[in-house]
Design a binder for this molecule. Structure first.
Ligand code: CA
Length: 810
């Protein structure tokens, strides 16, 4: 059983802040301006084309404020322009145009994968305007839709004269299933959503019986101000005075008074105007507008209010809530505010804000109506629209918070029960037996621990821990131990998949150690001053496909973490057999990282490419997920790991990693199969200067102080060395150049297999001379080999026998 203690609140908020979670799909934005146009250009076509007399299109290249003029003086023929886009079924698409004159029709003509039209086509008519006006029209793509013809059209019978200045289409993500009729909107209907037999609500019940609805609401508010038996995990009124506010939170709270709000944290906060703009995006990245609706600054406003007692913060929050509820109804046109992941996260923030501001005079019965109305919208939306993977966890966390925090609402029990049921199912579904979250992104792994744990904590604080089985907390503990096992010596995590190195995990370990009092967690929580380092130094998390070896647990350790797993989905990358390497205080080989989710598809796919990972590719094609563990042989002196991945249908990559004397790595990379072409074994370094010696097949870092790294390949048949393009991203939207290179072989289909042998040696002072003899590829990859590595003070023999599947390092 987990014991619950009070936690430093900022940690929990931070855990969510570091995670720019995205929709599982690509955004599909078409944007075009016609101002200054001199012809219709791709992706548009004339459809149908002007007839040359009574219908026509003219351009106004000299007037940047005008656009294309569509003239139709013919009651029998039409004129228009069209383009085709790829669509995701179930997603909502919005056309936006600026135009004057009119009328004009805007169509969504859905098509299946073979571009056959699907009925019914959808259209909306711009009725006409004397001045330029924005026109918006959204529809949901039907289930069979894969394409859509967007058609801007003056129909055959129509007569029009219209100037179109710009046109844009946005993919707004999965369309929401809304039923606004269910939402209580008046004092009476809100009162009726309460179970007025709940202890403490007697006066509210009497008021309802007398049909004095406003009095009823006042009584409920009085009840909430006196309520002490429900505790919020993140903002707790009984600890108002002890709640600390950070500098950043104070800044956010103060800026919020002028409607300057943070959204996706990689971008600067944005001034949303006196009349708050919740809808437009100052960036080209849809993550920005989505994350605006997570209300990151609301907890900060609450803390600023508690620490200063300044009513301006409370008035501001109450106005923002009412404004948000009014301007963001739960419907198709506001889908950007209602992605289920944000809806779930907002429930945690909504309940925390209720806790923060309910005592303020600004929190009027009308604010209570807005609050309860939106609570029902949030819960209903989350019940009806169930996502998957990490989304489902954020959704369930939201339902859980509403269900536990508002037990007075008649539906609260059902919300809570559904949330607990989902969590109990998902902790089984989404976590491998080795404790790793199945999306295989270390950053998401941390975020997911927080949702599992947060749901459990609010239940436990309010006497409902018994609704979770014992295995639930045992799995959370296993997930925390997995973090420890794949951590790097600077207490960060590898950047596999959509991950960011981030700051030290010490604060996370402090939080976790509060719940799980284990010696090894105390070691990390106490920055290696308390507790005890883990007894082992090598871990195979083989269901996930994460493997780590290290010399010791100090910050100076030599450490490698390798990834070779199944397809973890959107947040996972095709990078099997890649690894990160950290030694003697330097993160020598960080993964390229993730860079961005939306708004820059080229940037995103560059960072996802197999060839920007430390693995093997052929002709720069992305590799598949088809992993197999061949050998895991941790030892007292040295460790050995052999993994395989069937990179292509006709080429398997077998990678042996020997962690010799727990000081340096020897890699034996076999490319097995009949494929031919440009075979490359890729490596990437931290941002620094690289010294590349093509003749000796060696690469060195060039740090004047501290440790350096030598990568040396054994000269074998046809192996050459070449620099490659390199970037690394440690922060969302930020990237920096870094050295990268590859060892190459031009492979022909007759060569059954090729072999690279590489030493990766960290050192301090002068670079040691490494002697390394290529054992030759042999006749078959299933033949054993013996390797000799000589160093100034050491000589190592590595022997591997595939038949007995044993490695000997002497
Ligand atoms: Ca990567």
């Amino acid at each position: 059983m987990i014991s619950i203690k009070s936690l430093p609140h900022f940690l929990l908020w931070n855990a969510i802040l570091v995670l720019p979670v995205a929709l599982a799909g690509q955004s599909n934005v078409v944007s075009h301006t016609f101002a200054g146009a001199s012809e219709i250009t791709k992706p548009f076509v004339l459809y149908p084309t002007p007839n040359g007399t009574t219908t026509g299109i003219t351009f106004s290249p000299d007037d940047p404020n005008a656009g294309i003029r569509i003239s139709d003086a013919d009651p029998k023929s039409g004129i228009g322009i069209a383009l085709w886009i790829k669509v995701e079924p179930g997603h909502l698409y919005r056309q936006t145009a600026t135009l004057k004159g009119g009328p004009l029709m805007f169509y969504f003509k859905w098509q299946d994968a073979d571009k056959k039209y699907l009925a019914p086509e959808k259209a909306s008519t711009f009725p006409g305007s004397q001045d330029f006006k924005k026109f918006e029209y959204a529809e949901r793509a039907p289930d069979q839709a894969r394409w859509c013809q967007l058609w801007i059209y003056s129909a055959s019978t129509m007569i029009t004269e219209v100037v179109l200045r710009d046109f844009r289409t946005d993919d707004l993500g999965r369309a929401v299933d809304s039923s606004p009729g269910m939402t209580p909107t008046t004092a009476e209907s809100v009162l009726k959503t309460f179970n007025l037999d709940y202890p403490g609500l007697e006066k509210a019940k009497a008021a309802l019986e007398k049909k004095d609805f406003n009095l009823g609401l006042k009584e409920i508010l009085i009840y909430y101000r006196g309520r002490t038996h429900i505790i919020h995990t993140k903002l707790d009124r009984s600890k108002k005075k002890e709640t600390l506010i950070t500098e950043k939170e104070q800044r956010w709270a103060d800026q919020a008074l002028s409607h300057i709000f943070p959204a996706q944290p990689a971008y600067p906060s944005s001034d949303r105007g006196a009349d708050i703009d919740w809808a437009t995006n100052p960036t080209k990245d849809p993550e920005w507008i989505w994350q605006l609706h997570r209300m990151y600054w609301w907890p900060a406003l609450g803390k600023a209010y508690w620490s200063s007692g300044d009513e301006r913060y409370a008035r501001e929050w109450c106005q923002e809530l009412a404004d948000w509820v009014k301007k963001n109804p739960l419907d198709h046109s506001h889908a950007y505010a209602w992605r289920t992941i944000e809806t779930g996260q907002r429930c945690v923030t909504l309940t925390g804000s209720f806790e923060a501001f309910v005592d303020s005079a600004a929190f009027t019965p009308d604010i209570l109506v807005q609050m309860i109305k939106t609570v029902h919208d949030h819960a209903g939306h989350l019940l009806k629209n169930k996502g998957s993977k990490n989304w489902l966890l954020f959704e369930s966390e939201g339902l859980m918070y509403l269900g536990v925090y508002f037990p007075e609402l008649s539906e609260a029990r059902a919300w809570r029960q559904e949330a607990i049921k989902r969590f109990n199912t998902e902790i089984e579904n989404q976590v491998f037996a080795d404790g790793v979250h199945n999306e295989l992104s270390p950053s998401y792994h941390i975020g997911v621990i927080d949702t599992f744990y947060s749901a459990f904590r609010i239940a436990a604080l309010n006497g409902m821990a018994g609704e979770f089985p014992k295995t639930y907390s045992a799995t959370i503990e296993k997930m925390i131990l997995a973090v420890m096992k794949i951590s790097l010596p600077d207490l960060t995590l590898p950047q596999f998949g959509d991950s960011w190195k981030g700051r030290s995990l010490t604060n996370f370990f402090r939080t976790w150690n509060g719940e799980f009092p284990r010696e090894e967690l105390a070691w990390f929580a106490g920055e290696r001053q308390n507790g005890k380092a883990p007894a082992e130094t090598a871990f195979a998390l083989s269901q996930a496909g994460f493997y780590s070896v290290r010399s010791d647990w100090s910050s100076n350790a030599v450490c490698m973490v390798l990834k070779s797993g199944a397809d973890g989905g959107f947040h996972c990358q095709e990078d099997n057999n890649t690894f990160e390497f950290f030694a003697l205080g330097r993160h020598f080989m960080p993964d390229s990282g993730s860079f961005i989710y939306s708004g820059d598809p080229e940037g995103r796919s560059w960072f996802r490419k197999s060839s920007v990972h430390q693995t093997l590719t052929l002709n720069d094609a992305n590799i598949r997920y088809q992993p197999k563990l061949r050998l895991w042989q941790p030892g007292r002196e040295s460790d050995a790991l052999i993994v395989e991945n069937a990179n292509y249908s006709n080429l398997t990559h077998r990678r042996a990693v020997y962690f010799v004397r727990k000081k340096f790595l020897v890699l034996v990379d076999d490319a097995i199969g009949t494929a031919d072409g440009d075979l490359r074994l890729h490596f990437q370094l931290l941002p620094s200067t690289m010294r590349l010696d093509e003749k000796n097949l060696s690469v060195q870092t060039d740090f004047p102080e501290g440790a350096n790294l030598l990568i040396q390949s054994a000269a074998g048949a046809g192996i050459s060395l070449t620099p490659e393009e390199g970037f690394v991203s440690f922060i969302y939207t930020k990237k920096e150049p870094r050295p990268a290179f590859a060892y190459r072989i031009q492979k022909d289909s007759k060569t059954g297999f090729c072999r690279f042998v590489t030493v990766i040696l960290p050192y301090e002072g002068i670079a040691p001379k490494v002697g390394l003899v290529h054992p030759g590829p042999g006749k078959s990859p299933d033949e054993g080999y013996t390797l000799r590595v000589t160093l100034p003070n050491d000589s190592v023999t590595i022997h591997y026998n595939p038949k007995s599947n044993q490695a000997v390092i002497q």
